[in-house]
Design a protein around this ligand. Sequence first.
Ligand code: TXA
Ligand code: MG
Length: 343
Amino acid sequence: MTKIYGPGAEDLDRAARILAEGGIIAVPTETVYGLAAHALDEAACGRIFEIKGRPLIDPLIIHIHDLIGAKSLAAWNDWAELLAHAFWPGPLTFVLPKQSIVPALVTAGLETVAIRMPRHPVMRKLLIKCNLPLAAPSANPFGYLSPTRPEHVLEALGENLEFILDGGPCEIGLESTVLDLCDPLGPAILRPGAISGWQISEVLGIEILVKTQSMPEIPAPVSKGMPSPGLMHRHYSPRTPLAIRPHLHEFCRDEALTNEKIAFIAFQKPTERPDFTDSAAKIRFFWLTEDGDVEEAARNLYDLLHKVDRMNFNQIFIELAPESGLGAVINERLLRASGSAND
Ligand code: TXA
Ligand code: MG
């Protein structure tokens, strides 16, 4: 029985009905697929944590259709006003003081709430149709790779989910930038994403702090003092062990080549394939982009890791992207996926 529907008018009607009745569905956004529930329905949001296996200390992002919706959930300020006009709808999440109608479960007991206006056309239609704020973390089991296609959601969470709304492959492929707008010292990036600190700084005319340090594997008792509680040390990981190898040529000299069943993911399609005739390893090559286009690499990252993760290799080695713009965001995710992000 199929669980992937739509996005025709009848499918959107059904999706909206399930949400209004307190159900959970998977939804497309321009960044990654989300696992959505009516954000003001505490029981429904509780099911999101259960389905994901997510600790209750890790708060959810609420998706809204318009500024009126945003202001009903969060105490607005001038930075939010300027940034919403510049980047919404789009891949930028604001952390602001919460209004009292937002259930404590959604914000994990914090006095702040994360909100975002997504720009995926199917998600926008759904938000209009259901006329509800939607809490939606990425639609993956906690700690696993984020989904960028409906099939990724089906494979990882299909057993516990009746309805996945199909919006095709995600346009960006990396989770939104999370920006703290509560700190009187100035706005601070808690999670890097497609909207860069430089772009934010241009709009606000001030310097943007970065507070993306990683968190311990088992988080401390309660979230106070965690800049962004979801940023655990290991996150976004495939099941196959993943390690970073800086360059293809260094990799070719690596003693790990005696190991069997290795996948190597290069950033860009290699111009010449290395010669492995002396090696016992059965190596398969993949790449994130044909010609070095960093946006294409970002779009492909989770999809390729999902594919390679299904192929039963003993080890995946992956090259970092060039460390600028979206490349730096890809690298931040890879360091977490391999468990080697700095504390
Ligand atoms: O692109 C995205 O943001 C996707 C799509 C579905 O919108 N959502 C997403 O949600 O990535 P999630 O739950 O996987 O990540 C949300 C991040 C977590 O790191 C969480 O700790 C942080 O946002 N966050 C949520 N509320 C927060 C708050 N009040 N203060 C600080 N960080 C918060
Ligand atoms: Mg996530």
